[in-house]
Unconditional design. Structure first.
Length: 484
């Protein structure tokens, strides 16, 4: 079924259309009604002006497509640059339309042309979504349902694939760009688009309702702390505190759920690292964009098709230690590398940072503990906790709230051990006060009144104590609602 390996990079997909019999002139597309009720009705159009396509459209497209395939040499086409290839396809399709007497408006013809070009040269129906900058994630659940996340909210789109075979072809084409393969034998695959977007594919039989594709779109223009302030994710005073934390080499863990903005926040914090520091970043897929001159970027490697040659995050972090880093930045801590990162934090690599998946600062600490325990280090719990306390200075919690907004909800310090319990202190928090008429949550950021955080001396050492004190003071008395 979908296990065809016919499509190579740059080559056309195995035609997603069944070969159509020689068509008689068919007047279709003259009016394109809304999709029948039987089909899942999209709740929101993917793009204003994008028309949902009905079955007639696909029939016409299939006919034109097969005529096109007969008329052109696809391997020749793949040698052209994308612009000329597109021109070539346009000419031929226009010719087919006029020879075969398809009746359609200019706008419909343009739409069809784009659609066919996207199929032959790009990622088919995904292209319009990939071209949009406002989308954070694209989620394809089988051929009939594609969701996107815009502005923190998930919405269904009109995007459909002809069938699961076409979708599988596109998945295959995406992953083959990075020399990987996805089929029944290896149905799970991570890859990256040329623009840096992260892609995960899971195919049948594991995905029951058809190939499932998830794309975290790469955002070239990374958000800055000032923009986060503008969006109400953090108050100006909170942002000041974070700038001080980034500069004065606190060891920081950024905690949050999927898509809560952890990586974005980490990237923001790295902006405040001094230019003369040697920074090494370790990531699964390079997302961070540090502006400093002295940065070494490392990336893990998945196993080859034969299952060999994998380089794990732990391998990278361990190797880092031999590279004379001043700071180590780990994109996402998920496993035993937590141990090595804590050790690095503990042994003079102050200002190291990492993100991890947890819903509160407290949970973040227990996550690190369990990552170390499950990593096979047979250390007593107390020893691990001592290590945690002496290495992590600050936990910054990011959250995506139920109204879709992203907020920094805690800046929390790790204080010490009392008995077997790690004590923490919140410096700065976000309180939800209520909800407005549009269902948007109303809340405010405030400091908790702590005047001398544990990293005070550190701040003083870097000459940042005045700035820190001012921000903490202002946050305590600034009673203005955030996000307004
Ligand atoms: N504070 C924010 N306000 C609005 N959008 C944000 C904010 N933080 C992150 N984003 C966007 O949300 C998406 C997910 O962010 P990311 O940092 O990759 O999340 P995570 O690393 O937690 O999975 C990105 O598209 C990013 O641009
Ligand atoms: Mg991330």
């Amino acid at each position: 079924m979908f296990g065809k390996r016919a499509s190579q990079p740059g080559q056309a997909p195995a035609s997603p259309m069944p070969a159509a019999p020689k068509p008689a002139p068919v007047p279709v597309l003259a009016a394109r009604p809304a999709p029948t009720a039987a089909r899942s009705a999209p709740v929101a159009p993917a793009n204003p002006g994008e028309t949902p396509r009905n079955d007639d459209y696909y029939v016409t497209k299939a006919m034109i497509f097969s005529a096109l395939i007969e008329a052109i040499d696809l391997s020749q086409l793949s040698r052209l640059d994308p612009e000329s290839a597109r021109e070539e396809i346009r000419d031929i399709v226009n010719e087919i339309i006029s020879i075969k007497n398809f009746v359609m408006s200019i706008a419909e013809q343009e739409d069809l042309l784009d659609d066919i070009c996207n199929d032959v040269l790009g990622f088919g129906p995904l292209e319009p979504l990939l071209a949009r900058d406002d989308i954070a994630d694209i989620m394809v659940n089988g051929c009939n349902k594609t969701y996107i996340e815009v502005g923190g909210k998930i919405q269904l789109t009109n995007v459909r694939f002809k069938d699961n075979a076409q979708l599988m072809n596109i998945c295959q084409r995406i992953v083959s760009q990075v020399g990987r393969r996805v089929d029944e034998a290896s149905p799970i695959c991570d890859a990256r688009l040329l623009d840096g977007s992260r892609v995960n594919v899971i195919a049948p039989p594991l995905a029951i309702d058809g190939p499932t594709l998830t794309i975290r779109k790469f955002r070239k223009e990374k958000l800055t702390l000032d923009q986060l302030v503008k969006y109400g994710s953090i108050s100006p005073e909170g942002a000041e505190i974070l700038k001080v934390i980034g500069r004065v080499r606190c060891n920081v863990v950024i905690s949050g759920g999927t898509g809560s903005g952890k990586t974005t926040l980490l990237n923001c914090l790295t902006n405040y690292i001094d230019e003369d520091e040697r920074v090494i970043t370790c990531e699964d897929a390079a997302e961070l964009q540090l502006q400093q001159p002295h940065v070494v970027r490392l990336e893990t490697r998945p196993p080859s098709l034969e299952g060999t040659g994998a380089i794990s995050m732990r391998d990278l972090v361990k190797n880092c230690l031999r590279m004379r880093p001043e700071r180590i930045i780990v994109g996402e801590v998920r496993g035993p590398e937590a141990f090595d990162l804590l050790q690095a934090m503990n042994t003079g690599h102050d200002g190291s940072m990492g993100t991890l998946h947890a819903n509160s600062p407290r949970e973040a600490l227990s996550r690190v503990e369990s990552m170390i325990t499950m990593g096979g280090f047979s250390l007593p719990a107390r020893t691990i906790r001592e290590m945690l306390v002496s290495s992590i200075d600050v936990i910054v919690q990011a959250a995506r709230l139920r109204d879709g907004s992203r907020r920094i909800t805690h800046i929390t310090e790790v204080m010490g051990l009392e008995g077997d319990v790690i004590t923490t202190q919140d410096l700065f928090i976000y309180d939800i006060v209520g909800e407005d008429a549009q269902g948007k949550l109303v809340g405010r950021h405030r400091s908790t009144g702590i005047g001398r955080p544990r990293f005070w001396d550190r701040a003083r050492y870097y000459g940042e104590e005045k700035r820190l004190a001012a921000a903490l003071d202002a946050a305590e008395f600034g009673e203005r609602p955030a996000g307004a």
